[in-house]
Design a protein around this ligand. Structure first.
Ligand code: NIG
Ligand code: FE
Length: 413
């Protein structure tokens, strides 16, 4: 495997620092090296520092000129629904005409319509569409994603989705961290109590025994799974050794953040309607909030989560795309950075810490990815701009120059 030397980066944004997620003022310190260089050997970062020092050690490494460019760790997208069939153009147009997400779902659109398409899709078609999504992620500079099942809602269809994720890991450069979200919605054919039992007694044991997921998630929301059903399902998942992530307080505040704290969940995601009690509960239990401004934006809402209060309370905030066909059809972390800064008043530095190192820790991969430090995987992106703040500032303009996974170029020039 050849060595690679990145030289003369206008800013090498390392995010080096303590071996834990960043909180409070730490989120503003990206440990930027100007005129920076990085030497990569055997897919890992060997040395990193001022360009002239790296040049001395470069030997016969392939040189990549970073002049006038920013180098950043690959984005880590800690909340996506990567595997699904089709799209939701009908919902999109109905929302443009003023209908709400909830009304469209009640009328037969919403999650259910994607479930029908995903059930009807065979393994090969589902895999082909997922590979298209994977390429989009890589092109935007994302090198690791968490991905949830949840558009199958039968044992076989949920397994089918999780197996597609396993194939993506084998056949594409994107690292996919699988999460079981059988409790995404109650399927039309089942009564709620019957479906909850099916998830607990049949789906979870299979997912765990086939090691198809690292995490278990649930959509805790009015009309989906209530607090008691959520507690039951997630307690069963925990007993089987799965870690927990949860969709909570997205459309209504049902006390989901507090439940995430009670259960010791790794993350509580969405949190648009979470209040100060929820924030305090997450802080006390060490739950990482995963904020998803893309879904607020795409649903045409203005109810963004209270990012500033969460950072000020010392929570290790994460930002993610929530890529899905219904509420957040984007894979673009730069777009999420823009929304975080303009709508949630995060600084560009805080937004980058939230989408790299903090996200990596939320996936229990903080020791391997999320920053550019010796010994970590050489997963990084080079952008056509001189200052990292430009990534959040110029919105809707692709700035990716090239993307590397384990030292190999996987997208871009
Ligand atoms: O995170 N909230 C639930 N799940 C997704 C939406 C899924 C869909 O609409 O297909 C979300 O927003
Ligand atoms: Fe989601």
């Amino acid at each position: 495997m050849k060595s690679v030397a990145i030289l003369h980066a206008s800013q090498l944004v390392t995010l080096s620092g303590p071996k834990r997620p960043r909180i409070g003022g730490e989120m503003s310190d990206l440990a930027v090296i100007r005129d920076g260089g990085m030497l990569i050997r055997a897919g890992k970062i060997d040395i990193i520092g001022p360009s002239n020092e790296i040049e001395k050690n470069a030997g016969d490494a392939e040189v990549v000129d970073g002049a006038g460019k920013v180098v950043l760790p690959g984005f880590v997208d800690a909340h996506t629904h990567l595997v699904f069939a089709g799209n939701r153009l009908e919902d999109f147009e109905r929302r443009a005409r003023g209908e709400t997400y909830e009304k469209i779902a009640a009328a037969g659109g919403g999650i259910w319509s994607t479930v029908e398409k995903t059930r009807a899709s065979n393994d090969a078609d589902l895999l082909a569409q997922a590979k298209k999504h994977v390429n989009w992620f890589l092109k935007c500079g994302t090198t690791t994603v968490e991905a949830k099942s949840g558009y199958g809602l039968t044992l076989e269809d949920e397994l089918k989705i999780l197996r597609v994720m396993r194939r993506l890991n084998q056949e594409t450069p994107l690292e996919v961290v699988p999460t079981f979200l059988g409790a995404h919605a109650i399927p039309r054919e089942d009564r709620p109590s019957v479906y909850v039992d099916l998830v607990i007694n049949e789906m979870l044991p299979r997912v765990a025994s086939e090691k198809l997921a690292e995490f278990c998630d649930i959509f805790c929301e009015r009309g989906y799974f209530d607090i008691e059903q959520s507690r039951k399902i997630l307690s069963a998942a925990k007993k089987l050794g799965l870690k927990l992530r949860m969709h909570v307080d997205q459309l209504t505040n049902s006390g989901g953040a507090k439940l995430a704290a009670d259960l010791g969940a790794t993350t509580a995601d969405h949190l648009e309607k979470t209040d100060e009690q929820g924030i305090a509960a997450m802080k006390a239990a060490g739950v990482q909030p995963v904020l998803l401004p893309g879904s607020v934006y795409a649903l045409g809402s203005t109810s963004y989560p209270r990012a500033r209060e969460m950072i000020d309370a010392g929570l290790a905030v994460v930002l993610a795309t929530d890529f899905n066909p219904g509420s957040s059809p984007t894979v673009s972390m730069p777009m999420i950075l823009s929304l975080a800064c303009t709508q949630m008043k995060m600084s560009p530095a805080e937004a980058i810490a939230a989408s790299t190192i903090n996200a990596a820790y939320s996936l229990q991969r903080g020791e391997k990815i999320g920053s550019l430090e010796p010994g970590k995987l050489a997963n990084f992106s080079i952008f056509d701009c001189e200052d990292y703040r430009e990534l959040a500032y110029w919105f809707g303009i692709p700035q990716t120059h090239s993307v590397y996974v384990k030292g190999e170029r996987v997208a871009g020039a």
